[in-house]
Structure formats: structure tokens, C-alpha cells
Write a protein that binds this ligand. Sequence first.
Ligand code: C2O
Length: 550
Amino acid sequence: GITRHYKFNIKMQNVTRLCQTKSIVTVNGQFPGPRILAREGDRLLIKVVNHVKYNMTLHWHGIRQLRSGWADGPAYITQCPIQTGRSYVYNFTVTGQRGTLFWHAHISWLRATVYGPIVILPKKHVPYPFPQPFKEVPIIFGEWWKTDTEKMISQALKTGAAPNVSDAYTINGLPGPSYNCSAKDTFKLKVKPGKTYLLRMINAALNDELFISIANHTVTVVETDAVYVKPFKTKVVLITPGQTTNVLLKVKSKAPSANFLITARPYATGPAAFDNTTTAGILEYEQSASSASKNKTRKLTLLKPTLPRFNDTNFATKFSNQIRSLATAKFPANVPKKVDRRFFFTVGLGLNPCPKNQTCQGPNNTMLASSINNVSFVQPNVSLLQAHFFNKSKGVYTTDFPANPPFKFNYTGTPPKNLMVSSGTKVAALPFNSKVEVVMQDTSIIAAENHPLHLHGFNFFVVGQGFGNFDPNKDPAKFNLVDPAERNTVGVPSGGWVAIRFLADNPGVWFMHCHLEVHTSWGLKMAWLVMDGKGPKQKLQPPPSDLPKC
Ligand code: C2O
């Protein structure tokens, strides 16, 4: 591989959407941010210079960061933030991965505007395991708030209320024609009849899973989270925040006399407030000279796709069950067949007491909270990775993250009386190369919501999922150890569970959290501490000299 250099200047930029201009945090003044392009095996040196008043960190979501945890980016987990006027070079090599990922700010809610695509091409002269596309197009979904998201979240965290929902969803930063004052801000995909396009779709929204569809067109899913999958056709794609999905779009062989909307709208199961609006882009065919002159006089019809109902869990389940690893000799599914460490995690909402002399907006004057095994994660003041590497864990974190919930109850029945969570900075320690299984059970406390759980530093295999309570005596017999999906983010279904397995072959501290930003803020997060192995290539490297200080 080669070394590629990028310079990311974090700076404010005025951006106008929905007829309102606001100053947002950007990379190089671009919104969405610049695309990072690399090939498998390349080394990336990304110099980030912070020119804004906020602390900043960037995360390369889905990049494995083999032994390079210092470049992973989550604030106070693997690094202290880059302070105003400071810089940091993220230095990592793309090992054994190719496909679509994305980068985003990983501190507070700054990823609302600070994100962009990562495209990793296969090594030179290595073809895709699917028809070579004519063109490749990154399509990144996001959200837009008219208000300042930082203010909004600090307000929400103070009062314990759910924060405001966004004012629009966006495609490549553009809300599209279904919003007031937005028709000119519409993403356009111009295609040549008969050609095949690779759409690299990324859900960078803060808080919503999205259904996506193109009117009168079917797509073929070929990759998820930068892992090739067994191709399957679908009219609708579902992507949770943190997930990426590559689809092939073979367009019609003759230009039809119509344009086609590309729309996205949330999939949401809970009663929680969500932005029930639709963002749209337009698929346009290049017209032949004769039809173009004909069409000049009449307007092309604009066709709309049909999306599933906002709470169509049937569709969501069917869709995620279709995602299977290729599991071929060239692209094997290295699922751990045996397990050394088993974890059963309850994930969901809960409550925290209201601070003294304050009025809170949660039920009975409480604050909304989120937890894993009833532990609501408290962000430390120094980075966990530094504390670990320099043997200074005392007072920073403890290694007693519970492998099982403190109490069991019927997760889909009546919730327990006491909904209070406990708080702490706890990590789960794993010996190098442990084969880990984690069953994540949605608790349905307060709200039966899907939680897209994201794991840093690893891909995992989704070996099983189901509804109701996980049954440790019956369900494991049904696990798929042959061709399960391999990914970095998985939706824990509302009122159900999902089982994942991974090999802990990457020493360091690795964050795992719900990729709905509001749930992360409320504490739905934890960290794994993977110890060094004995071999020379099994140890975490020392930190770079420019690693930011707290
Ligand atoms: Cu995409 Cu921890 O994040």
C-alpha cells in the first residue's frame, strides 16, 4: 500500500438550509465533509487542526485500527480532545478491509455536522465480487437542525428531557423538495440508460434508522459495513445510524419519460419523538437528443416510491435476516465456533435522579437515562486508553463491568418497579484472542426501542436474533455459525435480542455504544479492555508524540 495524506481543518462555516443560515462546525468548510479515498493496505495520515471554540475528536467509523487504538478517536476513550488551536495526526493502516465506511466527530453532538464518507477500494487489479459498476456514488444521509445542536443537547442533559427532533433529514447534506424552502437544495443522481451504478449509502443521522427507496427501481445489496454479502434484491433498504450499505443500481436500458424520487424516512418502534418527515433526492436519466427536444416542451412526471410504515418491524426483521456473509474461500466468514467469554447485556432506557434544586422533565421529576446491564456509563476526565497504557487506571475506571444484568425480569412484560440505573466508568477486560459472545437484550423499559449497537475496533458476526426473552437453553442451538452477517453496527430489535461473536485480537480500549446519539448521551455505552498478547505483533503500540493532553 501507499501513504495518503489529508489535512482536515476544523472551522466554522455559514450554511443555509430551509431558508435559514447558521454557522456550523465543518471540515475544510465543507458540508458534508470531504471524502477519504484509500485502497486496502494503504496508510492514512490525517492531520486535524482545530480552529473552533469546541474541543474536537474524529473517529474513522468501522476502521479496525489493528494495534493503532490511539487513532480511533472517541473522546476520553482513546484520546483527550484536540483543543482549540491544537492539532493531531490520525495515523493508521487499512488492514483487511475494503468498502464503504464513514468518519465523524466523536465528541458531544458535533457529528451532527462533522461527517463524511470513507471509500476503501480493493487492492489494485483486484475486482469486486460483483459486476463492475460504471460509476460509484457516495450517498450519505444526515439530519439538519435549525437550532444549535450543542445548546440543545446540553439543555436536554440538564433537564433530562428528550432533545428536539431534527427539522429535516438530508441526502449529501441536502433536505430536498418535500421541505419548505428547500427545492433548490436537492441531491440529483444523473444516470446513463443501461448502466450499473454502485451507490455507497451511509446513515450518518444522529438519531434515526432510515428506510430508503427509489421509485420504480430495484437495487441489489452487495455489501454492508465494508463486508461483501450474498447479493439480494430489494425495493427498500433499511440502514441504522452507524451502518453502511452498498447497493448496485442497474438503471433502465431506455430513458423513461419520468424522473424518480429517492426518498428516506425513519423506521421507529418506540413512542419516542422522531422527525416523521421525508427527505428526497431525484434520479434523472440522460435523455437522447430527440427525446430531450420532445421533453423540453413537457415536464417529466416525478414518480414517488412507497416506503414501509414507520414501525414496520416485519420488514425490518426480514431485511436484516437477508444479510449474509459471502462465506467463500476468498471471503471466508471466520466466526468463532467456540466461545471463551459469554456476556448477557440488557440494553435500554432507565432513569436517573434529578440533581438537587433542579426541575427535571422525566417522569416524577427524574432524568431520562440509558444503560447496559443497568450501568449508565460515566465519561472519565482522561482517556481510558492512556490510563490503561500508563498503568494509571486508579480513580479512572474499574474492570468490573458486569457480565450479566444485576437482576433479571421479563424483558417484554411488566418492567421492574425501580427504574433507576447505577452509574460508573466500568470496562470489561478480555485476554488477548478471547472468543467473545455477547447477547444483547432490549429491555423495553420506558420505551420499546431499537438500539443500533456499534463496536469499535472489531467486526462481529450476528449469529442470532429473535423476539421476546433470549432463552439460553434453546436459542443458541439455532445460531448461524456458517454465513452470519459480519458488521460493526447491529440493531438490537425492540422487544427482542441479538447475539454477536467476535475474536478479541486487537489490544486496546474499545468503545461500544448505541449509535443513536441521544442514547449515548444518556449512558448507553461501555468499553472493552483487550489485553496485550505475548507475541511482538500482539501488543498495542506506544502513543504518538502529538497525542492530545487533557
Ligand atoms: Cu460511529 Cu463510536 O461511533
